[in-house]
Ligand binder design. Structure first.
Ligand code: SF4
Length: 139
């Protein structure tokens, strides 16, 4: 008799879910960072702001080798930040809406805890199930 041994993948460390609730402090929108904007997001955000595609691209985006990114202000904050408020919050790009469920932050408990020192929304508020986290994870 041949016995097939199927190796099961170990459960990820966050299989019981994680707590996160954005308090919209705007901390993650300040400081250095790159926010990629897909063509679909570009159109959606331009529409949300009531701007033509060309004006939106000229005023708010920079073109890089691999696509478009949001401009930074002189103080390194995101160009979409007014005070502590994101002016495109309902239409914000996937990179922002999927935070903090990014592959590199979910890589280990230590990475998650280290990110918590930057984001006060981590480890508070509602519990996101493993399935929800997986569906939102930005790779
Ligand atoms: S740092 Fe965290 S709590 Fe503050 S706006 Fe960003 S995601 Fe929300």
């Amino acid at each position: 008799m041949v016995v097939h041994c199927i190796k099961q993948k170990p459960e990820p460390w966050y299989s019981e879910g994680l707590r996160f609730e954005c308090i919209r402090c705007g901390r993650c929108c300040r400081g250095p960072g790159i926010v990629w904007i897909s063509p679909e997001e570009c159109s959606a955000i331009a529409d949300f702001l009531g701007l033509s595609h060309d004006v939106f691209v000229r005023e708010y985006l920079l073109e890089c080798e691999h696509g478009f990114v949001l401009r930074d202000r002189l103080d390194m904050g995101c160009v979409m930040l007014e005070g502590d408020r994101c002016i495109i919050y309902p239409a914000r790009p996937l990179q922002c809406s999927s935070y903090p469920f990014w592959a590199e932050i979910l890589e280990s408990r230590d990475a998650w805890l280290s990110e918590a020192s930057r984001c006060p929304g981590i480890n508070r508020g509602r519990l996101w199930s493993f399935r929800e986290i997986r569906s939102r994870t930005l790779k």
